[in-house]
Design a protein around this ligand. Structure first.
Ligand code: FAD
Length: 796
């Protein structure tokens, strides 16, 4: 049962029939398209900041031919090609990076001069622009046509569509199926999909969840008919980033829309049920600054006057990407909502969700739109602040070192003020403040945003050097933590994880695989007692992991819970870390008594905690986990005792640099559900001898075949900008792969990158290049980690 007949619900319905489900129904409150769909501008494009979402956008645009053919209903597709205009050097850099990313996605993007842009789009005033990117696959569609083409195709595939029927409540049954209560009687459904668009929050509330979405008012205008368009080929779709406007031709006129800075949420708390094919009152004053810029950049539009203004609401998640997938804790309840670009993304959303429902797996890397990327912190007010920020920044550049400011600070640990007093520059991770780097003075505690090395570079260098020669102290509270207990805990973990479960007092690193043998997690498994484990992993994936754990939970014998904010952490790393910690604990920390990968409950001064001997920096190091109430005391103790060892605070940026020097991967970068453990170089953490575990058969096959890809480490001849992630890797003049992470390695004084290439190139020595901001730089494959490849430092 799909609730909602907008473009997204219709796409989900079609894809379910395509995947072989015939007994499917869509319920629509009014007529199809009665939410945000009917008044959309219908623009579509393939470019997206997340390459995996970009792939689904490509799929969506290609799908229109298919549904037109099946249904006989025109989608009104106009592939005009598109221009993205740059008004500054930074924007041109950004476009070059987007073009580079498009390369390994098979997109045919081109950077062109202003003259060339003006030839393609004569309405622009050249003096406002510095260059442009041309994309041949852009244009617009008819929202009504697309929705009906999906719907008819679904009906031909066996689906039923019920109109003028509103779902008013949902009741779960003991077997996991649903009673769908409507104003025209009840329906029993095995699965329910919430594709209710503008009302997705209300449908979520029927099952007790608060989805992080908010509708914003959005305005576009249509000019009077323009002489300039008469007898000409249809104008290109055009985005003017600095003007913060988009344009396309609408019959003999132009359509111009804007994402204004002072965006206004619509119905922030509840969406009225009597809102239908309605428009909101115009507010030209609000978009006046954008119109002024628009008419200066495209003077002919100003002269043509305004014939019509459309103001309609549509929904956004805090990061602007869709919310798709099963909801943790609810059986057979799925969402496909928060889709702000239904005509670029609707097809991909329908495909991924239908596969998930039918095959148990979305079949693609959809982490960027998985509803599980959000957790408890996305309250209504948080969502409101972030969505408004996202809307106002729709056409802004997001610099790699830029931390957004809305809804902050929200979550802090007890030492937040102490770190602030040490001039920490904070980042926001899942709403939690965590230190990125430390400035020498309060006045310098600010990142100058840039694609190139920033003002933070020398300070991060000093942090890395301190870790290398003395000892560094890092807050590590922003890791995900889970406690697993019970008589069946070890047996259950052995089935869930690819590596062997550690003995009591030991730690094991382990990938977690899905049935297809792909990486869906990487954990540090610490065993405190026979029936008591701590798992440490990525915090952003907490709900994602819990959803997976709960799906595979036996009836008795094991319990799992998140204890992410119950246990906060500090880590000491560097050659003096042992001496420092030894001065505070009674336990013997020598390698003989407490070797690498040991884990034990200890008292650090007066503070009880768990100490693990492990290292993400590559140096000798210890991670200390304590309950929140002890963190301040522990911090003061370590800082005081650390004076003797020249202890220096360091942050997440230095950690990132050091883990790349060690070729250590990280979730959502090197480890994602499109890679297998052998491709990712995690072979030594997959134990085939221990018996059955999820993904074993597929992993064995990958081991046999060697996999298609290989994660490699590179040193890069970069000058003032390092690779960051998503840059293309070239080999002998061809794009062969992509960077997953990059940074300057301060301990090895070398720019570094990690990335995937075809397995056939795993041993290639020469011919690699990495493209950074549009320029190809020579890259050397590293046969081993750049820093301490033998791992001696962290083991002794
Ligand atoms: C002015 C404007 C311009 C836009 N321009 C573009 C553009 O150029 N390109 C682009 O890609 N996107 C654009 N969009 C966004 C686009 O409209 C949305 O991405 C898309 O409509 C989302 O579709 P949906 O199916 O998720 O939601 P909706 O269209 O809101 O559909 C939800 C449907 O569910 C039904 N429903 C809800 N609750 C119930 C219930 N309880 N029982 C039964 N039925 C229910 C509703 O009646 C509705 O028909 C624009 C939007 C606006 C407002």
């Amino acid at each position: 049962m799909v609730i909602g007949g907008g473009v997204v619900g219709a796409s989900v319905l079609y894809h379910l029939t395509k995947a072989g489900w015939k007994d499917v129904q869509l319920i629509e409150r009014a007529e199809l398209t009665s939410g945000s769909t009917w008044h959309a501008a219908g623009g579509m494009h393939t470019v997206n900041g997340d390459p995996n979402v970009a792939k689904l956008q490509q799929y969506t645009i290609e799908l229109y031919k298919e549904i037109e053919r099946i249904s006989g209903q025109s989608c009104g597709v106009h592939i005009t090609g598109g221009l993205m205009l740059a008004g500054t050097r930074e924007r041109l850099d950004w476009l070059k990076m987007a073009k580079a990313r498009g390369r390994y996605l098979g997109m045919d993007l081109e950077i062109i001069s202003v003259d060339e842009a003006a030839r393609l789009f004569p309405l622009l005033e050249k003096k406002h622009f510095t260059g442009a990117m041309y994309d041949p696959i852009e244009g617009h569609v008819d929202p009504y046509g697309v929705t009906h083409a999906y719907a008819k195709s679904a009906q031909l595939g066996g689906a039923e569509i019920v109109r003028h029927t509103r779902v008013i409540d949902l009741e779960s049954r003991a077997d996991g199926s649903w009673n769908v209560i409507t104003d025209h009687g009840n329906v029993h459904a095995e699965h329910v999909v919430n594709a209710a668009g503008l009302w997705a929050r209300e449908v979520g509330r029927m099952v007790g969840i608060e989805l992080p979405i908010l509708a914003m008012e959005h305005q576009y205008l249509i000019t009077g008919d323009m002489q300039e368009l008469v007898g000409k080929k249809e104008q290109l779709h055009c985005i003017d980033f600095e003007g913060e406007i988009y344009l396309r031709q609408e019959r003999g006129a132009m359509l111009m829309g804007t994402y204004e800075r002072a965006g206004v949420p619509w119905s922030p708390l509840t969406t009225p049920w009597d809102f239908g094919q309605d428009l909101l009152p115009n507010d030209l004053e609000r978009i006046a600054p954008s119109l002024e810029v628009g008419f200066a950049h495209f003077p002919a539009l100003g002269a043509a006057g305004i014939r019509k203004v459309v103001n309609g609401p549509f929904t956004f998640a805090p990061d602007g990407n869709p919310l798709v997938g099963p909801i943790r804790g609810l059986k057979n309840f799925w969402v496909a909502c928060g889709v702000m670009a239904g005509f670029s993304q609707g097809g991909g959303v329908g495909l991924a969700l239908s596969r998930w429902m039918v095959d148990g797996d979305p079949g693609a890397d959809i982490w960027g739109m998985d509803v599980a990327r959000y957790g408890d912190w996305t309250t209504l007010a948080y969502t409101n602040a972030k969505v408004r920020e996202n809307y106002s920044r729709r056409f802004s550049i997001r610099f790699p070192n830029e931390e957004l400011t809305a809804a902050r600070p929200l979550r802090t640990t007890p030492i937040y003020e102490k770190l602030l007093a040490e001039h920490a520059v904070f980042g926001d991770y899942c709403g939690l403040e965590h230190p990125l780097w430390f400035a020498p003075t309060a006045a310098e505690a600010e990142d100058h945003i840039s694609f190139r090395r920033s003002n933070a570079h020398p300070h991060i260098k000093a942090e890395c050097q301190a870790v290398q020669v003395s000892v560094g102290l890092l807050e590590i509270s922003n890791y995900g933590k889970f406690e697993v207990r019970g008589p069946a805990a070890a047996e259950w973990l052995s089935r869930m994880m690819a590596n062997r479960v550690p003995a009591v007092g030991r730690i094991a690193l382990t990938p977690m695989l899905n049935e297809r043998g792909k990486l869906i997690g990487d954990f540090t498994m610490c065993r405190a007692a026979a029936e008591h484990f701590f798992l440490v992993g990525t915090y952003a994936a907490e709900t994602y992991y819990l959803r997976w754990f709960e799906r595979h939970m036996p009836a008795t014998g094991v319990s799992v819970r998140s204890c992410a904010m119950e246990y906060v952490g500090l880590s000491v790393a560097g050659p003096h870390s042992r001496a420092l910690l030894q001065s505070l604990v009674r336990d013997d920390l020598s390698t003989a008594a407490f070797p690498f990968m040991s884990f034990r409950r200890m008292e650090i001064g007066m503070v009880p905690g768990y100490v693990g001997r492990l290292s993400f920096t590559g140096e000798l190091g210890f991670e200390i986990w304590v309950t929140t109430d002890y963190q301040r005391a522990l911090f003061d103790l370590l800082v005081r005792a650390g004076r003797e060892y020249q202890l220096k605070l360091f942050g997440g940026r230095a950690l990132n640099s050091m883990r790349i020097e060690k070729s250590f991967g990280s979730w959502a970068r090197e480890y994602r559900p499109i890679y297998g453990p052998f491709e990712a170089g995690l072979d030594r953490f997959v134990d085939f001898k221990k018996g059955e575990f999820i993904g074993r058969a597929a992993a064995a096959e990958e081991k046999q075949s060697g996999g298609a890809l290989r994660l490699l480490s590179f040193s890069v001849d970069a000058t003032d900008a390092d690779a960051l992630g998503d840059e293309p890797i070239w080999h002998e003049g061809r794009t062969v792969g992509w960077v997953t992470s990059g940074a300057f390695g301060h301990r090895v004084n070398q720019s570094l990158a990690l990335g995937y290439v075809p397995a056939t190139l795993a041993k290639a020595d020469a011919g690699f290049e990495i493209e950074i901001i549009g320029e190809r730089h020579k890259a050397q494959r590293l046969a081993a980690a750049a820093f301490d490849s033998s791992g001696k430092l962290m083991r002794t």
